[in-house]
Design a protein around this ligand. Structure first.
Ligand code: SF4
Length: 251
């Protein structure tokens, strides 16, 4: 099967052209061939990260835990020790809301309030998210809210790649079970987890894009809005796009 390696050209600035009549080498050999043409170690490292991300990038909507219902999945998460965040958490924060929601929000990870209560988005950023949901003409309990990682990163740092990798199948299972019409990824970490991209959030936000068997819109995280109130106008623009997609009139 012919594979598309155009992403490597973007990253490495080189194009792989197999010689006429020569069978395209296996992915591993092709990657080695491309990487050998890269001069700087920084480029090589970046290429390796992208290759790894693309290998893991999901293209079909398979539920990684199809045999489990939502309650069983939540129980599994509550006993999860798959990454180092398990050592510092107080509670796992699985997600909450309507498991048949048309709209699902995906944030980065629990903060101190969420870790203490075991619920997502209950701190100041959560209160702002509730206002955003209500401005769209919905009640918070009508949507579903989850995070990329289910345990709090210490000092509210950004979750690391190995932590996201260990945890993301729980999120993909939640998405597969809920089957939302639209997902709104809040912030760069959620965007990077779902799209496996290094692009800037400012370039990706505000557009409804097909994603697996559903649709995805990217916008800024409410915590960012607390630090940068002028960005609220961009988020409101993005929410209006989401409302149009879902046929909502707003409050
Ligand atoms: S963050 Fe996710 S993978 Fe890591 S221990 Fe918590 S539930 Fe498990």
């Amino acid at each position: 099967m012919k594979e598309n390696f155009s992403y490597l050209k973007d990253v490495l600035g080189v194009k792989y052209v197999p010689k006429k009549g020569v069978k395209v080498p296996a992915q591993k050999n092709l990657e080695d061939s491309l990487k050998s043409q890269v001069k700087s170690s920084e480029q090589t490292l970046k290429a390796e990260i992208i290759i790894e991300q693309k290998k893991n990038h999901k293209t079909s909507f398979e539920d990684p835990y199809a045999s489990k219902n939502m309650g069983e999945l939540q129980k599994m998460v509550s006993k999860c020790f798959e990454c180092k965040l398990s050592k510092t958490r107080t509670n796992t924060v699985f997600g909450s809301g309507n498991t048949k929601a048309r709209l699902m929000f995906i944030g980065e990870g629990p903060g101190a309030d969420e870790d203490a209560q075991g619920l997502p988005f209950v701190g100041r950023a959560g209160q702002l998210l509730t206002k955003m949901i209500e401005a769209m003409g919905l009640k918070r309990e009508e949507v579903y809210i989850a995070n990329v990682v289910k345990c709090r990163p210490p000092e509210n740092r950004k979750p690391q790649g190995d932590e996201v990798g260990a945890c993301e199948n729980y999120l993909f299972s939640q998405i597969a079970k809920i089957k939302p019409e639209l997902m709104i990824a809040l912030g760069a970490t959620a965007m990077e987890c779902l799209l496996k991209t290094e692009e800037k959030i400012g370039e990706k936000r505000g557009k409804v894009m097909p994603f697996l068997n559903t649709k995805l819109l990217i916008t800024y995280h409410p915590a960012y809005l607390l630090r940068n109130p002028p960005a609220k106008k961009y988020v409101w623009d993005d929410l209006k796009v989401a409302m149009k997609e879902l046929g909502l009139k707003g409050s």
